[in-house]
Design a protein around this ligand. Structure first.
Ligand code: PLP
Length: 393
């Protein structure tokens, strides 16, 4: 039995929760069960709630600087959890990885440049590239019966193209749940080096990895690779702090760091939200046992989804994710187009998941299911889908 309350169903409606109050559903029904947006329906680690409550009680929420204590907490977490030794001065703090990706495009790519991404992939990657005048070059992942692999032959061609200047890697990968192996990461990073392509490694899901898989920070592979890599991290996925809006961009190369700092300055980014400040220090300082318990609970939820699909939802399949709390459900056997599939899930079943096609065209026919919720809600969602399936069979 976990000493944390992952089974507790908390009311999130009415908190202006993006997931619960703003589902862009077809029917707008309040009865829809939201299993989309990648945040968790769990209360945060006790140490974080305590730190934020105590900060709130202070009553003055003025501008807050990036302290040595904050940076040391990030350094220590990376060392303890990922065996990655970074220096405090490598860290830049910004409100989120999505804004960081946009500013990285402004700083490191020219309009007209090509940027390699690996769909199906987290869709703001497409936006950051498009928003800043670059073109996305798709190194589409190969789907081998639900297990996704990198098409290295195609990657080599795309990285070697002189117009390609940047690659954005999603590690671990949202939505397909792969935790890239050391061999895969080395091959990507080395091909980027050889072709003088900057590697941006979005590692926001780095702590959400299930044994025996292990996250390897790309920049930890060698000093040379580190110098060509910009790592995007945050405590937000791990500890459910997305609403506090803070992330840590780690750059070991001084010249690149200066360039990114100029982009931050040009966009007027400085300081940190005072709640993100204390929450990060508490999370990285005291949150380890909570994350271990969370991973156990999430693994139980994935066991449940796996067996439920096999026993009751036969046309739907998934390959168990190696990391992330996102299950990539293959619904193609239902034979529905994207509109029909969305209507079926929302109007017939009454659940909202992320539509697969928004992650790239090879995502069509998939739904991304967020399993980071109390088990009773997950069962309710799966039961709803099973009932809807019965009604059409
Ligand atoms: C791969 C990836 N990067 C970035 C983000 C969001 O980052 P932020 O909230 O820091 O902008 C997400 C959220 O789901 C994600 O999956």
């Amino acid at each position: 039995m976990s000493k944390y309350s992952f089974d507790e169903v908390m009311e999130r409606r009415g908190t202006h929760s993006l997931k619960w109050d703003f589902a862009p559903s077809l029917s707008n029904s309040q009865e829809l069960l939201p299993l989309w947006v990648a945040d968790m329906d769990f209360k945060g680690a006790p140490a974080i709630v305590e730190a934020v409550t105590s900060r709130a009680e202070h009553g003055i929420y003025g501008y807050t600087g990036i302290s040595q204590e904050y940076k040391d907490s990030v350094v220590s977490w990376m060392h303890r959890r990922h065996q990655w030794q970074i220096q405090p001065e490598w860290i830049s703090v910004i409100t989120g990885i999505v804004p960081a990706l946009n500013m990285l495009m402004q700083a490191f790519a020219q309009p007209g440049d090509q940027v390699v991404i690996q769909p199906p992939v987290y869709y703001p990657f497409f936006n950051a590239i498009r928003n800043n005048g670059q073109t996305a070059l798709h190194n589409t992942l190969i789907d081998r019966n639900g297990y996704y692999e990198i098409d290295f032959e195609d990657l080599e061609i795309k990285l070697a193209d002189p117009k390609t200047t940047v690659m954005i890697l999603c590690s671990p990968h949202n939505p397909v749940g792969r935790v890239w192996t050391e061999g895969e990461l080395r091959q990507i990073a080395e091909r980027c080096l050889v072709n003088d392509v900057l590697l941006i490694s979005d590692e926001i899901h780095h702590d959400l990895v299930f044994a025996p898989h292990r996250h390897i920070p790309t920049a930890s592979l060698s000093a040379e690779i580190a110098a060509n890599t910009i790592t995007c991290t945050a405590p937000s996925k791990t500890f459910n702090l997305a609403g506090l809006q803070s992330s840590n961009i780690i750059i070991s190369d001084e010249k690149k760091r200066r360039k990114f700092q100029q982009a931050l300055d040009r966009n007027g980014v400085f300081a940190i939200n005072p709640f993100a400040d204390v929450a990060t220090i508490a999370a990285y300082g005291k949150g380890g046992p909570w994350v271990d318990a969370l991973l156990e609970y999430l693994s139980g939820n994935l066991d449940l989804v796996e067996s439920y699909l096999q026993e009751h939802l036969a046309p739907l399949t998934m390959r168990r994710p190696e990391g992330t709390y996102l299950a990539w459900i293959d619904c193609r056997q239902l034979g529905m187009n994207t509109q029909e599939l969305q209507e079926f899930m929302e109007e017939k079943a009454g659940v909202v998941m992320n539509q697969g096609h928004v992650f790239g065209e090879t995502g069509a026919g998939f739904q991304r299911l967020n399993v980071a919720c109390p088990r009773s809600l997950l069962v309710e969602g799966l039961d709803k889908i099973a009932m809807a399936l019965k009604s059409i069979s």
